[in-house]
Ligand binder design. Sequence first.
Ligand code: ATP
Ligand code: IP8
Length: 242
Amino acid sequence: MKIIKIGGSLITDKSQYRKFDEENARAIIREISGDQFILVHGGGSFGHIASKKYGLPGKMSKETVFGSSVVKNDMALLNNYLISIMEEEGIPAIGFSPFNLWNGEHFDYAPVARMYELGAVPVIYGDAFVDRDYVRIESGDDIMVDIARIFKPQSAIFLSDVDGVFDDDPKKNPGARMIGKFNGEEIMFQGVDNDVTGGMMKKFNSMIECRQIGVKTYLINGKYPQRMRDIGKGEFLGTEFV
Ligand code: ATP
Ligand code: IP8
């Protein structure tokens, strides 16, 4: 089994509220269809812009509860866009929000496991959820770590809008060097605009955790989803945590 996370930067325009990138989303879904898998996706401009606007994550208040309503509805919309494409491609996709999986103590992935056993492709997404007196945000990167631990997949693939992990942000430092195989090099991370969950640094830490669990983990540029075919080959372009 493999688990794949599609970064919000690939399926939305992160600078425009609720702008879906259908073409890119379809290209990725066409590439990953085939064997059964579990899909995770991030929020992009359906999750981060409204979270920032309403102070999420944050202590429970009239404003953050309203924000949880907006974010939850917007994320459900993004998930529905993806699931509709998956259905058109013949994939039996079922969406899951962490809002509904939270049992007050931890996320309960039993319904996800059940649908996977029945042959469906679970599609879990980053979302707001309510925990005691806080409105929190569960990011897709955290979900990847949880499901890596529970499902013990053969590989965990993170798709984002850069070729891999660099020693500095390649969009801000044109001299940044890409790291093909991570071996503990020092890395600088720059923040991303419109992101409330920690950008590449968070993703990087989640990828390290997946690897520590014993799962072969990769960061690949999802604008070129065909690069996933080269995993394990000499010509592979991306960052490996193996
Ligand atoms: P998510 O759904 O979790 O938000 P995402 O694919 O949208 O996932 P971002 O959070 O936008 O990912 O992070 C990707 C961005 O991180 C890249 O566009 C890049 O500019 C930035 N970045 C910062 N530091 C680095 C680094 N050292 N290596 C690679 N990218 C970096
Ligand atoms: O984009 C966070 O998920 P991520 C989703 O994977 C929200 O960090 C609601 C901001």
